[in-house]
Ligand binder design. Structure first.
Ligand code: ADP
Ligand code: TRP
Length: 331
């Protein structure tokens, strides 16, 4: 069975973009692949979170992952920093990563531009750590959005370089996992193309019904269709795109027809959209609250995940130590 691996930085709550763009697809994969899902808390250090917030943010992601349908019995769900093997591997791999190539990574350049006062070495070697997450599990497939593609290419480069330097065929190159037709981009409701945390336009899995209604009712619209069967401007298409994710076929058809014959009332459409989003979010939110408050359960999940994740990680770090010229040791 092929291995799929994905990580997410614990920087806050998950929104519908995360859910429809990633999580819901991960849930589908669980029966057909050996899945590894982890919370990349080491990575989050590049932006200097307050120590008091880290564990809470990790707990948020774990509970929101599980409430969305990731199953700790089927998949390996773990916390990156529980696998200290990754840290040693990262230190070793940094010796064969070059400053020039790291400085050319687009995400590094962007972050450095946005935060010129915090261009730390961890930020520079972000891609090395990510490569280590992937290679330590010897993952076959990594689902990546556009912004992570270059990191995956770097992973392949580091794997190839390792094999070349030491004359081994140890690492295989991971491939990007494609969700094909299932890959959706969830739009924002503020006229921006994408729902995102940094865009500040998220509908979150923990939002109350009231929050959701308020956010949807505020969605940007236009004056309405000016002629029958006209093309939809982006802000209106965004409403329809969201509807396609949460509403019944008949509902969508109803509003499509209303758009086409110019009888559409955006207020009605938004009301319907809000209720349909609520139908998806409410059961998830209720599960999140239960799981988040069950610290014992979450501790057990994290421990079980770390134990499962450690099987590959230990083997890899032992082999890698030996290939680098060190002794194999017992941790
Ligand atoms: P944010 O943009 O809120 O910071 P992240 O980059 O942490 O979100 O998202 C983690 C993953 O969730 C992404 O790699 C992507 O797969 C998915 N995702 C996030 N936002 C969207 C979106 N608007 N549409 C589709 N997928 C998304
Ligand atoms: N860099 C990823 C992000 O920001 C998170 C991540 C860390 C990751 N390690 C990974 C994703 C390994 C996939 C595989 O979204």
């Amino acid at each position: 069975m092929q291995t799929v691996l994905s990580g997410i930085r614990p920087t806050g709550d998950l929104h519908l973009g995360n859910y429809f763009g990633a999580l819901r697809n991960f849930v589908r994969l669980q029966n057909d692949y050996n899945c590894f899902f982890f919370v990349a808390d080491y990575h989050s250090l590049t932006t200097h979170p307050h120590p008091a917030d880290i564990q809470n943010n990790v707990r948020k992601i774990l509970s929101q992952y599980i409430a969305s349908g990731l199953d700790p019995e089927k998949s390996t769900i773990y916390i990156q920093s529980d696998l200290v093997e990754t840290a040693e591997f990262y230190m070793l791999m940094n010796m064969n990563a070059y400053i020039g190539e790291l400085e050319r990574v687009v995400s590094f350049k962007e972050k450095a531009r946005q935060n010129p006062d915090n261009v730390n070495a961890g930020l520079l070697t972000y891609a090395v750590l990510m490569a280590c997450d992937i290679l330590i599990q010897r993952a076959d497939l990594v689902p990546v959005g556009k912004d992570q593609e270059q990191h995956l290419e770097m992973t392949c480069k580091f794997a190839r370089r390792f094999n070349n330097i030491y004359g081994v065929e140890y690492f295989k190159e991971p491939k990007a996992f494609s969700f094909g037709d299932h890959l959706v981009k969830v739009p924002g409701l503020d006229g921006s193309g994408k729902m995102g945390k940094s865009e500040g336009n998220g509908i979150y899995l923990i939002d109350s019904d009231k929050d959701i209604r308020k956010k949807v009712m505020k969605a940007v619209t236009d004056l309405g269709p000016q002629a029958p069967n006209s093309e939809k401007p982006e802000v209106i298409q965004n409403l329809f795109t969201l509807m396609e994710l949460v509403s019944d076929k008949s509902t969508i058809e109803h509003f499509e027809a209303a758009w086409n014959d110019c009888s559409i009332r955006y207020g009605d459409m938004k009301k319907q959209l809000a209720e349909d989003i609520i139908k998806v979010v409410t059961p998830i939110r209720e599960r999140i609250n239960d799981i988040y408050n069950d610290t014992e359960y979450l501790d057990r999940v994290a421990k079980m995940g770390a134990e499962k994740a450690r099987v590959n990680a230990q083997k890899t770090i032992q082999d890698v130590r030996e290939i680098f010229g060190f002794r194999r040791i017992h941790y």
